[in-house]
Design a protein around this ligand. Structure first.
Ligand SMILES: Cc1cc2nc3c(=O)[nH]c(=O)nc-3n(C[C@H](O)[C@H](O)[C@H](O)COP(=O)(O)O)c2cc1C
Length: 364
């Protein structure tokens, strides 16, 4: 029997040839939101590695929705053309689908890339006024965000819808709405960051669900829209697994095709216990409570570990981030370890250890 990791997964009209995804990873390497040659190489080599789905990094739906000035965006014709070029190239490398994570940074925006310290931008570096549900800064000393008024909420709804339209035109197979890691949508969901007295505070899921509906309506009906959610804030008084389950139920009602279960990121007050598969239990709980397709992520590094997550019914798919950067051939090696068949790209076919036993014959 084929290992579960290597069985296809269907989401609407999209077919993942296996259940291993490359998790979204910010590269802080774009120019004015436009992905360039770094992204072509980065996504190209990950796609070549045979994952069943590649999820492109958190991409801002408006310039102020980026985390840093070097983050990708999908708010201009230039951004759209940059992604269309990359997708056209990826189609020559893999038959597997490609997704984009649409995001808004909210109060965590206007910062420097991590290797420049990650702190807030200065005026001279192009700092922008951040916005959030409530005017609470991410850290003491960071600029307080402006609380979004109704015009701001409408503008951001329209920006998500517009980015979804652009994502469809550029050729993305799937959208993952970034509702996790303390960015704008998570800021609405958590009681620690959403202190609004209005309808969007009394029902903290309201704005996130409005954004989901806007994206779903703008993206072709045969292509899936999914969400990445933080299952807990890991903070006393913050959002809990029970909140995440309620949100997953509501997403499902709204037509969400899968949730990708991560955790934390809201505030540096979080107290996280990490370790191999440390978030998988959350994925399992959400899957059991909602019956929804779930993707697990977080310190999944070994093929047998990943296979066990699926075989024990904890998730329907797994995503790997750092392990994929470290070893972009992870999927090929997992296929070998689990005795599954995998088609290597024809020019690399002879690298397959099963074929390497044959004598190497040079052509002249
Ligand atoms: C370089 C890097 C960039 C990341 N960027 C994003 C991102 O754009 N969106 C997101 O939701 N998570 C992002 N993450 C988190 C990963 O997607 C993943 O959830 C996390 O690294 C845990 O998985 P791992 O143990 O397999 O690395 C990033 C992680 C890394 C290492």
């Amino acid at each position: 029997m084929t290992a579960r990791l290597f069985r296809p997964l269907l989401l609407r009209g999209m077919r993942m040839p296996n259940r291993i995804a490359v998790a979204p990873m910010c590269q802080y390497s774009a120019q004015a939101g436009v992905p360039g040659d770094w992204h072509l190489m980065h996504l190209g080599h990950l796609a070549l590695g045979g994952a069943g789905l590649v999820i492109v990094e958190a991409t801002g739906v408006e310039p102020e929705g980026r985390i840093t000035p070097a983050c990708t965006g999908l708010y201009s014709d230039e951004c759209e053309a940059g992604f269309a070029r990359i997708l056209a190239f990826l189609r020559t490398v893999t038959a597997a689908p490609v997704a984009i994570q649409l995001s808004h940074s909210g109060r965590k925006g206007s910062t420097r890339p991590p290797w420049e310290g990650g702190g807030p931008l200065g005026e001279a570096e192009g700092a922008w006024q951040t916005e959030a549900p409530s005017p609470l800064p991410y850290l003491p000393g960071w600029q307080p965000p402006r609380a979004l008024d109704e015009a701001g909420l409408s503008r951001i709804r329209a920006a998500f819808a517009d980015a979804a339209t652009r994502a469809a035109r550029a050729g993305f197979d799937m959208i993952e709405l970034h509702c996790a890691h303390g960015y704008l949508i998570h800021q609405f969901l958590s009681p620690l960051t959403n202190r609004r007295p209005d309808a969007w505070g009394r029902d903290r899921m309201r704005f996130p669900l409005e954004l989901f509906a806007a994206v779903r309506a703008a993206f072709p009906a045969d292509r899936p829209v999914t969400a990445r959610i933080s299952a807990t804030d890991w903070i006393e008084g913050g959002a809990t697994l029970a909140d995440a389950i309620r949100f997953a139920h509501a997403l499902r009602e709204a037509g969400c095709d899968m949730v990708h279960v991560t955790s934390g990121g809201l505030s540096q007050d979080q107290r996280i216990t990490t370790g191999p598969g440390y978030q998988t239990g959350f994925a399992a709980a959400i899957r059991a409570a909602t019956g929804m397709p779930v993707m697990a992520v977080g310190q999944i590094t070994e093929p047998v570990q990943a296979e066990t997550i699926l075989a024990s019914g904890q998730a329907d798919a797994v995503a790997l981030a750092r392990a994929m950067l470290w070893d972009p051939r992870w999927v090929w090696k997992a296929a070998l370890a689990l005795d599954a068949e995998i088609a290597l790209p024809p020019p690399y076919a002879r690298a397959n250890p099963a074929l390497r036993a044959r004598p190497f014959v040079t052509r002249s």
